[in-house]
Design a protein around this ligand. Structure first.
Ligand code: 2P0
Length: 349
């Protein structure tokens, strides 16, 4: 048994090589992750904090196939190629390394969220893949180890391992092994907050620039990056306190300023990274109008033009109607806090 992976152990009695299916939901950061300090290990520069949604899940099945010569991956029924396939095979290699099993796998993943549109498809995707692959290769990670594993696929996936609100620690230490061990997510208590997140999809198309490339450029070239990263630490402290006292207005204000600050760092990158579109600004105007009408509604945006609006559950229908009408063609979904990544019961065979 490998000593260096104490939490990622072989499951006693589990049939090695069985198939496993896992479900995970996207999460939306209220305190953003933007910038890595270790690209290889996907260790971030700052802590982040998110809400896992109860909509738009990814379901992923992994079956170890002793006869296969290479991994076979289908995403939404279509064979994966290029960068998407490369990232999934690299992730499976990591799992095989820990499990000490060389066998290839057959992977089928169904996403209900548009991929690559700044709607956290890589968070639900790699959280589901981590849970399913770990089980298929006979590992039995505890939640911290599963979060660290999911992080290696895509940083934000570390948070989708948990339901509700989760904080993902940047960790500290220059030594890669120490940084890897210290960077994981865990649940955050949230008083009796009863929030909804209205997801306003103004454009479901894939983004022009991947968040991976965009955050690298921001860290390397934006003069605003350092100040935002510093202020994000203060935002996180204030956010935790606001969640504990179930203060939705404070949670929303902190989330909105943190997101706008992140986009400011991108706009100041050289060349600029601009995900915000005219329709994004129209939705942001409608959120301001809601606040003028005394509705607690606060916006956050990720690596894309779509807007997520935090509000009370009781206000969600009204908020959804207003933001949908703000920009032509906008589609809205109402989300509430959802569950963490989990395995589905074993299939009968
Ligand atoms: C977040 N985003 O905290 C931030 C805010 C987008 C903006 O996490 O390179 O797909 O795979 O670690 O997780 C998007 O980045 O990036 C993201 P990688 P990921 O949700």
């Amino acid at each position: 048994m490998s000593e260096e992976h104490t939490a990622l152990v072989q499951a006693p009695g589990r049939h090695r090589g069985a198939g496993a299916t896992a479900v995970a939901h996207p999460n939306i950061a209220l305190i953003k992750y933007w910038g890595k300090r270790d690209e290889e290990l996907v260790v971030p520069r700052t802590d982040s904090l998110s809400m896992t949604l109860d909509i738009l899940p990814t379901t992923t099945r992994v079956r170890v196939d002793a006869t296969a010569r290479r991994d076979e991956v289908t995403l939404g029924g279509v064979p994966a190629t290029g960068e998407a396939l490369h990232r999934i095979v690299a992730f499976l290699d990591l799992v095989r390394d820990v499990a000490r099993m060389p066998q290839r796998a057959v992977v089928d993943s169904e996403n209900t969220v548009p991929t690559g549109a700044g709607l956290a498809s890589s968070a639900s995707g790699f959280a589901a893949l981590a849970a399913a692959a770990a089980a298929a290769y006979g590992l039995d990670p505890d939640p911290t180890a599963l979060s660290r594993l999911a992080r290696r696929g895509s940083g934000s996936a570390a948070r989708s391992v948990f339901g509700g609100f989760a904080v993902w620690y940047a960790g500290s230490g220059a030594d890669p092994a120490a940084a890897d061990a210290a960077s994981y997510a865990e649940p955050v208590p949230a008083g009796d907050l009863d929030p909804a997140l209205v997801v306003a999809v103004v454009d479901a198309g894939p983004k022009a620039l991947s968040s991976r490339v965009a955050m690298r450029r921001t860290v390397n070239t934006s003069p605003l990056y350092g100040p935002w990263a510093d202020s994000s630490g203060d935002d996180l402290t204030a956010m935790r306190a606001a969640l504990l006292r179930a203060d939705l207005e404070a949670v929303g204000e902190i989330a909105e300023r943190n997101a706008l600050g992140m986009h400011a760092t991108m706009l100041a990158a050289r060349p600029a990274v601009r995900y915000l579109a005219p329709a994004t600004l129209q939705v942001l105007d409608s959120v301001l109008q809601l606040r003028r009408e005394a509705v607690a509604a606060y916006a956050t945006m990720d690596a894309g033009p779509n807007v997520k609006v935090l509000c009370r559950r009781a206000d969600a229908q009204r908020v959804a109607a207003v933001v949908r009408d703000a920009a032509a063609g906008t589609v809205v979904h109402i989300a509430r806090p959802g569950p963490g990544a989990h395995l589905l019961p074993a299939e009968g065979r």
